[in-house]
Design a protein around this ligand. Sequence first.
Ligand SMILES: NC(=O)c1ccc[n+]([C@@H]2O[C@H](COP(=O)([O-])OP(=O)(O)OC[C@H]3O[C@@H](n4cnc5c(N)ncnc54)[C@H](OP(=O)(O)O)[C@@H]3O)[C@@H](O)[C@H]2O)c1
Length: 253
Amino acid sequence: MDLHLSGKVFLVTGASVGIGAAVVRVLEDEGATAVGVARKPQRTADIAADVTDIGAAGLVVDEVLHRHGRLDGLVNNAGGVEPRTGFLAVTDEDWLSSFDLNLHSVVRFSRAALPALLRTGGAIVHVASEAARFPDYPLVDYAAAKTAVLSVSKSLSAEFAPRGVRSNVVSPGPTRTWLWDRPGGFAEKLAERFDLPVEAAVEHFVRDVRGLPTGRLGTADEVAGVIAYLLSPSAAQVTGAEWAIDGGALRQL
Ligand SMILES: NC(=O)c1ccc[n+]([C@@H]2O[C@H](COP(=O)([O-])OP(=O)(O)OC[C@H]3O[C@@H](n4cnc5c(N)ncnc54)[C@H](OP(=O)(O)O)[C@@H]3O)[C@@H](O)[C@H]2O)c1
């Protein structure tokens, strides 16, 4: 499907691996230019920046405009989670660092990008999480920050859609990325929790614990495909929306 993204320029945060890297690849396959950001640069993220640094957003947007002269879309993807043992173990510093990464970076990159997006009639997609609507104590600070992202996206849509800039959210469910497979990541944590080999633990989680209707974890490419669609002119009437990509995990109406 041609998404009519050829010649457009996109900025993707957290793009060295996982969902962000997949977004860069799908946008490039569509003929667009995608500029990625991460702390450790890779092919899909050649701007080195920490999105929690207060000045990073402005510097990164300036660099994109210097290189390409325009900006047609922003993907606020950088995020991360530290599993907690319980609310009482989460310190002020933990809350601040979680909100800096998962919420304040979204605010700062949106603020920095909007003047350029208003010139092109661009779009923003924020990557939240199923945790925003399914909070639980091991994710207490992460879930709260992601819920706030849903709110910010709606406010941005209300203010800027009348001026041509759309704002939407994608909410992935369990998606197999580096977050899962890194040393000490979710997959190893599940293996410890269920006292099973890693793959058996993941299978048990998917089928018995979460009961995911699709019977498997999602992939980064599946999330990236929806993000590319939401950035495209085909989604011109979609704004202030939240799209779940979670294998049918959340079933509330
Ligand atoms: N995978 C899942 O199951 C899942 C489920 C729901 C929601 N999500 C959300 O989806 C988004 C992407 O997750 P993922 O699974 O693709 O994660 P991932 O595989 O851990 O990748 C995270 C990316 O963000 C970058 N990053 C992390 N901290 C950063 C910082 N302070 N400054 C700049 N870049 C930073 C990382 O690169 P560097 O380390 O080099 O900086 C990496 O490129 C996140 O917002 C996450 O909360 C994921």
